[in-house]
Design a protein around this ligand. Sequence first.
Ligand SMILES: Cc1cc2nc3c(=O)[nH]c(=O)nc-3n(C[C@H](O)[C@H](O)[C@H](O)COP(=O)(O)O)c2cc1C
Ligand code: SF4
Ligand code: SF4
Length: 288
Amino acid sequence: MDRLSVEKAALVYFSPHGATKKAAETVAGGIRSAGLHCDYFDASRFIKKGNASEFHVQLSYYKMIVIGTPVYSGHVPEVFRDLLEKIPSLVENQTAAFITAYGGINSGTALYELASIFSRKNYRLLGGIKVAAEHCLMFQSKDPINSGRPGNEDIQPLVAFGKCLVERLTSRERIGYQPRDFMDKSLIRRMTGPLQGAMSGARSMLPAINWDEGLCTRCGDCVSVCPTGNILFDDKLRFFDRCIHCFACVRFCPERSLTAPLDKGEELLLRMRNKLAKHEKGDTVQVV
Ligand SMILES: Cc1cc2nc3c(=O)[nH]c(=O)nc-3n(C[C@H](O)[C@H](O)[C@H](O)COP(=O)(O)O)c2cc1C
Ligand code: SF4
Ligand code: SF4
């Protein structure tokens, strides 16, 4: 029998705030209803341990790999991209599909980037969906962009995507797509110009994180939620240089010992959303 079980799909997600994970789990519902078993892999576990070889050994047993990423400044976050780049090229017939969760402003080139990585490694590309998610940098806001999403309105397209992937996987025709099919052309034209520069610039303007030692109970939650292993506790709390500015440590600190004045950037995010609204509807769309 084929070493790669046709009955199994791996869902790999990188999800500091949980929206990408939620989207991946909903897609898995569609995959399961079409008859395939799903296993989950939290990529931050491998990023923290710096253990890319364990990661790709585990993935080598799946016929279909579904990769879920958040969109950061229009791209796949670098730490996750680096982990994926380390997956070796294929010798067997495996397939890949992609989910990008974006905060309603700009889905950018993230789907295309994932498709390109896996195409270079000889995977057959089965499909891609971009998912409307609450903007995670607005978790302190009363009215974040795409509040509560992915929500009820996203379930149907996500489940349909999962079913569609299984149909493509098991079809007698050998269905496969090219990286260019994963590109949102109308948007890309505008995002490769000065606006893309402005998006990257906006990221460098993100505030520093403050630690109030007096409020800290040393519960360790910040160390657990940090997706890159950037926080260490010895006598004090220390940050290394692997911060991706996700602010999950601030969000999930139960004592508000960690803080960051993200409210100052909220107006800029809303302005960017309004500027791009005619090109990017901020919705969930199966691109391929
Ligand atoms: C550093 C950073 C950059 C981001 N850049 C974008 C962006 O370019 N466009 C967008 O629509 N959302 C952007 N977002 C929002 C996230 O893509 C969105 O909230 C996503 O759902 C987060 O996924 P998670 O909940 O799985 O962590 C950014 C968030 C962060 C932290
Ligand atoms: S999550 Fe907050 S309270 Fe807990 S160890 Fe980290 S900083 Fe301290
Ligand atoms: S230190 Fe905080 S903001 Fe930086 S990567 Fe870790 S969780 Fe994200």
